[in-house]
Each structure stands twice: as structure tokens, then as C-alpha cells.
Design a protein. Structure first.
Length: 267
């Protein structure tokens, strides 16, 4: 959920989830220990930190002064898994939750009020966890979006079926002004908002049968300058390297949350 929502001050730079509905609008980590999490990601990704307006259990990660992600130290209190979760902008949290339930998804938390908006933590019908946000986006949201410090990919058993589920819940390809566009490219479902790629869904070739061995999940990627250095730092600070290629590594943090670092591409 967006941990640093602005107050209703009439600031012209504040955008609403209504303006970019269906698009990813934030990524958040549920954590057991905020201080330990700050130390790990500070060492691995070079993040700085600032308090969030939601209270002592919440932090905002910064790169060069711009927000990148949030930490919510609520895993133990809310009996939630330690994990990275993407949040999608919606017009109505109540309507989105109802649509998820109608389509055999599940609700873990919410909708709950977090002024000036509402949030919920959900899972699709295959068990992949995601969140929704209705309300104002944080003041620097356009900077976050344009810099693309993070992007998300859904690894699932059936990309086509997943695209239908999320499309119906989040109004993708609905024909409404401003809705996200869905395309099938190279065996993947590609989500675009305002022309920019904002998410991908993959399950292998679309003609193949669903793979029952895949545990569906949204994977959060962070762009970095040096993948190898991030992998070394993760191991030095209590994490582990699950896989590593030339320009990408899948890491696990000190608390068990999985994420990917991907080499930043110029241009």
C-alpha cells in the first residue's frame, strides 16, 4: 500500500488512482523488523530512508531523494507472509474486492481506510498476492513512474487466464478513457499504461498446457547499476542468491522475501 499518501491539501501535483486506474502504482514489502530490513536494503540497493505518514511501522525507501518502495513492519501483527507486493490503482476499492471474490480470488486484508484513500490486500484465483489502492497517489508519483526504479512480472500457470482475471478486476482493455492496454508479445502478456510497459504476465508459450509446478506470484524487479555487487552484498548481509545471470539475479533477503535485481539499461 502507499505508505506516504499526501494530506488533502489541494496540491496540484497530487494525482488520483482514478487517473491511472489499472496500472501498478506502488510496491511494498511486509516485514517483521523494520530496522533490520532498512539495514539489508541499504547495504544491497543503497537505499536511504524517511518516515512514512502511516506511523512508526512504515518507511519509504529513497534513491537520490525520490521514493522507490515502501516497508510495512506488520507481518507479525497482521499474520502476513514476508513478501514484496505490487499495488494497482483502482477507481473503487469496494468494487475491485467484490470482483476478485466473484472470480474466486481471496481477500487477506481490507478494504481498509488509510486517509486519503483505501487499500486492500488480495490474491488471484491461483494464489498470487497483489494489492489495490483507491485515492491520492504520493506527490512524487510521476517521478517514480518515469524513473521506473521497479517493475513487476506475474509468473503464473496460465498467462491468458490470468490476463482475463486481472482485466476484469482492474478494467484493463475496458475501452474506458485512460484504461491500460493489453498486448500479447513474444509469448507474454504485456500491460501498457499511457504507452509505457508497466507489467508483464508469463507462463511459457501460450499454446502449451499450464505448468502445475509453478507457484504463481508477482515478482518485483529493481533496476541497479551492478547486479554482481548486489548479489555479493545480499549474501554478506544474511540473504541469499537464488539464481544469477549476466544482467539479472533473483535474491532472497534476510527475512525470506524474494526480489530480482536487473541491470539498468541506458536509453
Amino acid at each position: 500500500m502507499n505508505h506516504d499518501m499526501p494530506t488533502s491539501s489541494g496540491t496540484k501535483d497530487v494525482l488520483s488512482s482514478h487517473s491511472v486506474f489499472g496500472a501498478p502504482c506502488w510496491v511494498s514489502l511486509t516485514s517483521r523488523d523494520v530496522q533490520a530490513t532498512e539495514e539489508f536494503y541499504g547495504a544491497v540497493l543503497g537505499w536511504q530512508w524517511r518516515p512514512a505518514k502511516l506511523g512508526d511501522r512504515f518507511r519509504i525507501a529513497l534513491v537520490d531523494g525520490s521514493p522507490v518502495a515502501g516497508i510495512a513492519g506488520v507481518a507479525t501483527m497482521w499474520q502476513m507472509a514476508v513478501a514484496w507486493t505490487p499495488y494497482f490503482a483502482v477507481r473503487s476499492a469496494d468494487e475491485a474486492v467484490a470482483r476478485v471474490q466473484e472470480r474466486m480470488g481471496t481477500t487477506a486484508v481490507g478494504p481498509i481506510s488509510l486517509p486519503p484513500g483505501r487499500a486492500a490486500l488480495l490474491a488471484d484465483r491461483d494464489g498470487a498476492t497483489f494489492g489495490i489502492w483507491e485515492g491520492d497517489l504520493f506527490t512524487d508519483w510521476e517521478t517514480w513512474r518515469n524513473a521506473q526504479p521497479a517493475f513487476i512480472t506475474l509468473h503464473t500457470r496460465d498467462a491468458f487466464d490470468a490476463a482475463i482475471f486481472y482485466g476484469e478486476v482492474l478494467d484493463w482493455a475496458s475501452g474506458r478513457p485512460g484504461c491500460c492496454e493489453v498486448h500479447y508479445e513474444g509469448g507474454e502478456v504485456v500491460l501498457r499504461s499511457r504507452g509505457d510497459v508497466v507489467a508483464r504476465i508469463e507462463s511459457g508459450a501460450l499454446e502449451t498446457a499450464p505448468d502445475p509446478t509453478i507457484r504463481p506470484h508477482w515478482q518485483v524487479h529493481f533496476t541497479v547499476d551492478d547486479v554482481e555487487a548486489c548479489a555479493r552484498a545480499a549474501e554478506l548481509h544474511g540473504g541469499s542468491v537464488l539464481s544469477k545471470g549476466g544482467d539479472e539475479a533473483v535474491l532472497r533477503d534476510h527475512d525470506g522475501a524474494q526480489f530480482t535485481v536487473t541491470a539498468r539499461r541506458d536509453g
